[in-house]
Write a protein of this length. Structure first.
Ligand SMILES: *Cc1c(COP(=O)(O)O)cnc(C)c1O
Length: 388
């Protein structure tokens, strides 16, 4: 069966009501026929639901679909993307271990790796992610974890995932990839040699900006350790959010095709505009890693960036001139969103690091939605014409 069929047809068991759409199992715990059954289920001698902190039919259905889409052995859902990312580290690492991470990471990931994991004696070396030799140089005898995003938020930097997987071969290092921007529709990092793939399900997996969620898919040996951490510390996904996210996966393939088609068309329409220093999009020939993008990704994805001449003042004027696009820190929504990373999502990054990551005062991230592309092109062009 094709993945798209499974994304629609994988379904939690029907109840005696024989509902067509999956019901919402909004319950904290489950019941046992008698105390003996409770004992047997707790002892794992018999299958059965116990308590929604670590098992729930809606959550399990969502995870089963994600595991299928990412070609994974195992998976686990979380309350948010950040909970998933932190759990991957807290579950697998101990004091004295060392992480190597790409410096182009989501803002909160940088906070975790500089201010939180370090409290427990886990140090991190940041490297320019596209430079595989820099990863190799950063490896220490105690390096246990590689972490990166591809494409990165907001710089749209790509990591050569097979090359990174090759580098860690024969070493006791877990390669974890934040696949938030690409989704399993555009790339499946586990097939390229990663051990874990992590998502903020809040973004494209929900797709309509309604709920928060996170998920990790990957090798069972690692998921077992992460599951132990999560079961006892409780960063669980709510059944309601899982119900929404599982429904959303039915349309993920269709949505990502359309997001990518719209983003490609908008990038081409804005490229070269006189109010801009640059337009960046993985499937624009001018992207410095265009060949890698074409090799590694099925489509270019739904995100592009523009660098507006004249800095923050012009960005503000541009945001006021937009009539359709929302101004919000989210992405992956059916509604087009513009974000100014330097003052919002990436505001806490040191000024010198912002420069090296290309997060300039004029940089605007556009998460292209599913509106008519003609309307979007007209909206962005009139707003740019208004500030030139
Ligand atoms: C939003 C985002 C996260 C964090 O996810 P939450 O669901 O908001 O916790 C992590 N990584 C990337 C790339 C993101 O865009």
């Amino acid at each position: 069966m094709q993945k798209q069929t499974k994304a629609i047809r994988i379904q939690a068991e029907r109840s005696h009501n024989r509902e067509h759409s999956v019901p919402l199992y909004l319950t904290s715990s489950f019941t046992f026929d008698d105390a003996e059954e409770g004992r047997a289920i707790f002892a794992e001698e018999k299958a059965g639901n116990i308590y929604s902190r670590y098992m729930n039919p809606n959550v399990d259905e969502f995870v089963a679909k994600m595991v299928m889409l990412e070609n994974a052995e195992d998976g686990l859902a979380f309350s948010t993307g950040m909970a998933a990312i932190f759990a991957s580290m807290a579950g697998l690492l101990k004091a004295g271990d060392h992480i190597v991470a790409s410096n182009a990471l989501f803002g909160s990931c940088i906070q975790i790796l500089t201010k939180i994991t370090s409290k427990w004696g886990i140090e991190c070396t940041f490297v320019p992610g596209a430079d595989i030799a820099a990863w190799e140089k950063a490896i220490q005898p105690n390096t246990k974890f590689f972490f990166c995003e591809s494409p990165s938020n907001p710089g749209l930097e790509l990591i050569d995932l097979p090359a990174l997987a090759e580098l860690k071969k024969g070493r006791d290092i877990v390669l974890a990839v934040d696949n938030c921007f690409a989704t399993p529709i555009l790339q499946t990092p586990l097939d390229l040699g990663a051990d874990l793939v992590i998502h903020s399900a809040t973004k494209y997996i929900d797709g309509q900006g309604r709920v928060l969620g996170g998920v990790i898919c990957g090798k069972k040996v690692y998921l077992d350790e992460i599951r132990f951490f999560a079961r006892h510390t409780g960063p669980s996904l709510s059944p309601f959010n899982a119900w929404i996210l599982s429904k959303s996966l039915e349309l993920l393939d269709l949505r990502l095709q359309k997001h990518s088609e719209n983003a490609q068309a908008l990038a081409e329409a804005l490229d070269g505009h006189e109010a801009l220093n640059a337009v960046k999009y993985p499937f624009l020939k001018s992207h410095p890693q265009y060949d890698l993008a074409k090799r590694q990704m099925k489509y270019g994805g739904g995100i592009l960036t523009i660098d507006i001449k004249g800095g923050f003042e012009k960005v503000v004027a541009f945001s006021k001139a937009l009539k359709i696009a929302s101004i919000s820190p989210n992405l992956g929504d059916s509604r087009t969103i513009m974000t100014h990373p330097a003052s919002t999502t990436h505001a806490k990054i040191a000024p010198e690091d912002k420069i090296s990551l290309g997060i300039t005062e004029g940089l605007v991230r556009i998460a292209v939605g599913l509106e008519s592309i003609e309307d979007l092109k007209a909206d962005f062009l009139q707003a740019l014409n208004a500030i030139k």
